[in-house]
Design a binder for this molecule. Structure first.
Ligand code: XMP
Length: 556
C-alpha cells in the first residue's frame, strides 16, 4: 500500500512524542488511563481484553469489535513487558495476525506471561501460528496462500467459542502459514476445505483461529469474539459510554484541580467533544480559542460559535486571522508547503492568544486511539507501515503545557457516542471530518480570496444537495475541489472559459482506506447543474472515481 507523506497541522500532536510502547504514552500524561484504576465508576471490577499486536493491519479492528461487545480492549506491542500490561487487568489475551512467518528465524514471539498467566488466549492467523510454534506444534510456509472466502465447518459444536453458531459459516482467510501439526494437548475444533486445523483449542482455554473473525467478511466473527470475551474470559461487559463520561469527568477534575485549560476549537467533532467533556468537568476553568484562518467553509464560524458560546455557554476567544493566513499563503502552490505555512501561522496566532489569557496549565487535545496506535506503530518493527502519521505540531513542547487527551483511547464512532451522551446537537456530532488546513488544500495551486469564494459557493451547494438527499451521514466526506484547470464552455450564446470543479464523495471507516461513493445520478446531476448555474467562474464539474489507495481522499 502506498505511504502518504502529508502532514496534519492540527494543534493536536501525539506524533511528536517519541514512544516505544503504547502504554508508555499513557504514563506520560499520567492518571488518564481508563483501565488503570482498581474499580470502575459504580464499583464494578475492572476488566479488559488485551490484544498482543504483531503488526496486522486488522489489529485495531479486533479492539474495536471487542469494545462493541461492551468490553474494554486495548492493543499492546508484542514485546510489551508484563509490568505494562498488568495495570490493564486483562481477563484474556488475543494474539493478532502479522506479516511475519512463525517458522522464520527471529519471528516475533508471544511473551512468556501470555502462557504463564493461566488466562485464556485466542490466536488469530499469525497469532494462531505462533501459539502452535511456541507450544511444540509444527508450522510451515504452506504450499499456497489462502486468501478470501472459505466455509468453516464446526467439528466440535459444543465448544464455548461457537455458542449460538450454526454447524457451518462463511469466514475470511488471509494467510500463508500452514499448521502441519498441532501442539500437544490441542484438538481441531473446525476445518475448511484447505485448512484441516482452521480452529484449534486445548482444555486450558488456549484457542487459535486460522481466519479473521474481526473483519466484516466473517459475518459471525463478532459472535466468536464475544463468546471468547464473555463465555471463556468471563467478562461482564461494563465498558459503556455512560461509564466513560462519568469516569472522564472525575478524572479531569482530579487532574486539573483549580488549574486552567485551553483548547483549540476547530469546529470538528473531536475538538468539540473534548471541549464539551472538559467543560462538563471544570466549567469556566476552560477557555477555547477559535481561530478563523480564512480557510473555513461558508457559515462555519457562525455555526460553531452559536453552539459553543450561545448554547453551551463556554468561554470562547474568537480570532479572525484571515488576513494573516492569506498573506502567508501568497504565491504558495506546493501542498506540503501550504500545510507547513498554515501550521506555523496557527501556532503563532494560538500562542499569542493563549498568552493574553494569563497563566495556563493544560492544553486539551482531541487525539484519538487510531492516532495513538499509528504513532506508536510507526516506531514498531512488527508492523508494515502503511502511512505516515498526519499529526505533527510541536505546540505543547514549546508552550510547556501538560496535555489532556480524554479521547485518546476512543475510536471515532465512540467519540460520536460520547458527544451524544453529553447532549451535544446531532448536527455537530455527525459532522464529516474537515482537514485543519481547510479549503487551502482543496484549491489546487495558489489560494486567493477569489478562489476561496468560488470554492465556498460550490462546497455549499454540494453539502446542501447531499443533505437534502439524506446521504450526509452515510458518507465519510463529501466536498468540492477547485482545480487549476480551465476549460471552454458555452452559456447562452457566449463562449466561456471557466474553472473545472471536481466533486469528491467517499465512504470509509477510518480514512485509512476509502472508496468513492456510488452517488445516484440524479444527485450528481443536481449538484453539477447548480454549481455551473450558480457559481460564477465555473463551467464544468467532474466526479472523482478513485479509491484510496491509490489516491488519497483530499487532492493535496
Ligand atoms: P487523505 O487525504 O490523506 O486524508 O486520504 C485522510 C483524512 O485526513 C484528513 N486530512 C487532514 N486532516 N489536517 C487534518 O486535520 C490535515 O493536514 C489533513 N490532511 C488530510 C482528510 O480530510 C481525511 O479525512
Amino acid at each position: 500500500m502506498k505511504e502518504t507523506t502529508k502532514t496534519d497541522h492540527r494543534v493536536a500532536t501525539s506524533g511528536d512524542i517519541e514512544v516505544s510502547t503504547y502504554l508508555e504514552i499513557a504514563k506520560e500524561i499520567g492518571g488518564e488511563h481508563p483501565a488503570v484504576a482498581e474499580k470502575a465508576v459504580g464499583g464494578e471490577e475492572r476488566e479488559a481484553i488485551v490484544v498482543i499486536d504483531f503488526g496486522s493491519q486488522y489489529s485495531l479492528l479486533i479492539a474495536r469489535r471487542i469494545r462493541e461487545c461492551q468490553v474494554y480492549c486495548e492493543l499492546v506491542p508484542y514485546d510489551a513487558p508484563w509490568e505494562k500490561v498488568a495495570p490493564l487487568k486483562p481477563r484474556g489475551f488475543i494474539l493478532s495476525g502479522g506479516p511475519a512467518g512463525a517458522y522464520e528465524p527471529g519471528a516475533p514471539l508471544a511473551p512468556a506471561y501470555i502462557y504463564e498467566s493461566g488466562l485464556p488466549v485466542l490466536g488469530i492467523c499469525y497469532g494462531m501460528a505462533i501459539i502452535a510454534h511456541q507450544l511444540g506444534g509444527k508450522v510451515s510456509p504452506g504450499t499456497k496462500r489462502e486468501y478470501g472466502h472459505a466455509v468453516l465447518h464446526l467439528s466440535d459444536i459444543d465448544s464455548p467459542l461457537f455458542d449460538g453458531l450454526e454447524d457451518s459459516l462463511p469466514v475470511w482467510m488471509s494467510h500463508g502459514d500452514q499448521i502441519e501439526e498441532m501442539p500437544p494437548g490441542f484438538r481441531a475444533l473446525a476445518y475448511t476445505e484447505n485448512s484441516p486445523f482452521a480452529v484449534m483449542g486445548n482444555d486450558k482455554g488456549i484457542f487459535g483461529l486460522q481466519f479473521h473473525p474481526e473483519v466484516a467478511h466473517t459475518p459471525q466473527g463478532k459472535t466468536i469474539l464475544r463468546n471468547f470475551a464473555y463465555g471463556i474470559c468471563g467478562c461482564q461487559g461494563n465498558w459503556t459510554i455512560g461509564n466513560f463520561i462519568e469516569e472522564s469527568v472525575s478524572r479531569i477534575r482530579e487532574q486539573v484541580g483549580d488549574g486552567k485549560v485551553i483548547n483549540a476549537l476547530s469546529g470538528g467533532v473531536d475538538s468539540a467533544v473534548v471541549a464539551t467533556l472538559i467543560h462538563r468537568a471544570i466549567g469556566d476553568q476552560l477557555t477555547c480559542i477559535y481561530v478563523n484562518n480564512g480557510l473555513l467553509r461558508r457559515e462555519e464560524v457562525e455555526r460553531t460559535f452559536n453552539v459553543f458560546r450561545l448554547n453551551m455557554g463556554m468561554n470562547i476567544v474568537y480570532v479572525d486571522a484571515t488576513e494573516r493566513f492569506l498573506r502567508r499563503l501568497e504565491g504558495v502552490t506546493e501542498p506540503e508547503t501550504k500545510r507547513k505555512v498554515i501550521g506555523e501561522e496557527f501556532i503563532q496566532v494560538f500562542e499569542e492568544e493563549a498568552n493574553k489569557i494569563g497563566k495556563v496549565d493544560f492544553l486539551a487535545q482531541g487525539t484519538l486511539y487510531p492516532d495513538v496506535i499509528e504513532s506508536a506503530a510507526s516506531g514498531s518493527t512488527a508492523s508494515a507501515k502503511i502511512k505516515t502519521h498526519h499529526n505533527v505540531g510541536g505546540l505543547p513542547a514549546k508552550m510547556r503545557l501538560t496535555l489532556i487527551e480524554p479521547l485518546r483511547y476512543l475510536f471515532k464512532d465512540e467519540v460520536r457516542q460520547v458527544g451524544l451522551g453529553l447532549g451535544m446537537p446531532e448536527e455537530m456530532v455527525w459532522r464529516q471530518p474537515f482537514p485543519g488546513p481547510g479549503l487551502a488544500i482543496r484549491i489546487i495551486g495558489e489560494v486567493t480570496k477569489e478562489k476561496l469564494e468560488i470554492l465556498r459557493s460550490a462546497d455549499f451547494i454540494v453539502m446542501n444537495e447531499i443533505k437534502k438527499a439524506k446521504l450526509y451521514r452515510q458518507l465519510w466526506q463529501t466536498f468540492a475541489v477547485l482545480t487549476d484547470v480551465k476549460s471552454v464552455g458555452v452559456m447562452g450564446d457566449y463562449r466561456t472559459y471557466g474553472y473545472l470543479v471536481a466533486l469528491r464523495a467517499v465512504t470509509s471507516e477510518d480514512a485509512m482506506t476509502a472508496d468513492w461513493a456510488r452517488l445516484p445520478y440524479d444527485v450528481l446531476s443536481r449538484i453539477s447543474n447548480r454549481i455551473v448555474n450558480e457559481v460564477p467562474g465555473v463551467n464544468r464539474v467532474v466526479y472523482d472515481i478513485t479509491s484510496k489507495p491509490p489516491s488519497t481522499i483530499e487532492w493535496e
